[in-house]
Write a protein that binds this ligand. Sequence first.
Ligand code: BJ8
Length: 432
Amino acid sequence: MSTMTNFEVKAYPEMWENLDMDVARFDKARQMLGEAYGKMFMAQENRPTKMEYFDDLIAEIFGGRIQEMLEVKKSGKPVVGTFCVYIPEEIVVAAGGVCVGLCGGSPGSIPDAEKILPRNICPMVKSAYGFKAGRICPYFQSVDFVYGETTCDAKKKTWEILDRLVPTYVMEIPQMKKERDRVLWLEEVKDFKSKVEEVCNKSISARDLAAAITVINEKRKALQRLTRLRSANPAPISGKDGLLIEQIAFYDEPGRFSKKLNELCDELDKRVADGQGACSADTPRVMVSGTPMALPNWKVHNLLETAGAVVVNEESCIGTRYFKDLIDEDQTEMDRQLEVLTDRYMQIDCSCFTPNDERVDQVLKEYRDSNAQGILHYSLQFCHTYNIEEIKIREACEKEGIPYLSIETDYSPEDVGQLQTRIEAFLEQIRE
Ligand code: BJ8
């Protein structure tokens, strides 16, 4: 395999300075990201040519895309940061604004967070907080406000501390899905809409919202299409590239993203028809299920694919949980639109809910649909809800005779050797 590493994430020091960033430090992170990307992504063989757009997006992730967001902001439209797929981006898009995912996927910002937050909480929360505290994320520096939620304890208590650094609002997400929870949820969605409207000083009309629902539905449909194509054998695209596209969905302009992803899917359609894959047909096919993997968290996919597997599905919030459900587009009145929007969001099966048995069924369904041969359950360290829900997923896999491996990890490279050994044994079990 080639080891081409000449990939550069572009530098925009002047713009970063204007965003009050720690430019010298951030520039090192930018270089490291480029090197990692070159090694992990550009060195892959048999890559679809249409991945070029997504490579370019990563090259401009701290530059061109930020400029676009700042243009939107200059025009008086809202730029909103979120940390969870329960925050309805359709409402921000309806206001002509940008909604960007700010979950942290990098170990580099964790020491900044550990200066104040406890060490024994989820790395995703620490990484996100650290990006703001260290002034090393141009997205965080560009938002009008962030909107958190009350999903897990680590998140909801961190928002109180984060509010000292950036205006932080919180959506109450209930923990059960009864009728009275739905009533509360709908009110919370309305509050979110009011907050977004405050920034642009304009009310969102039913027509604006209808258009935004279509735009985001199109994005979710394009991601569903990619997932279906990955079920082919040989897989037409690597799991790393699949994950990367799912991560980029939280940053890119949605209309353009859907168009480019559909162009890639056209190419993959052809590959599938020609029996051409990113790997051979006897490559072990793994589905990853569990906690989300925020950019640039490629640790487990990289380990799996370096060990000779291909990842064919992500049952996570940076994966199918984000795009499996669409919003009914037939409503024309605001009240009804907000109701169907809330209904769609209530279908997301995050482990923060109790009970959450629909997720077990969903995991088994996706396992079958993706033609996977084994499931790797991935839990971030200290994520109690996923770690405990793992018991039910494991039991269901045992019952179905599905090869299964559960790992709990963080962003540090320390456990890589140990994980490698366990992954190799898991792939051996699949091969047998
Ligand atoms: S809907 S998965 S995006 S909450 S991994 S921060 S739960 S301790 S990310 Fe999530 Fe919304 Fe659920 Fe999805 Fe907490 Fe767990 Fe960390 Fe998590």
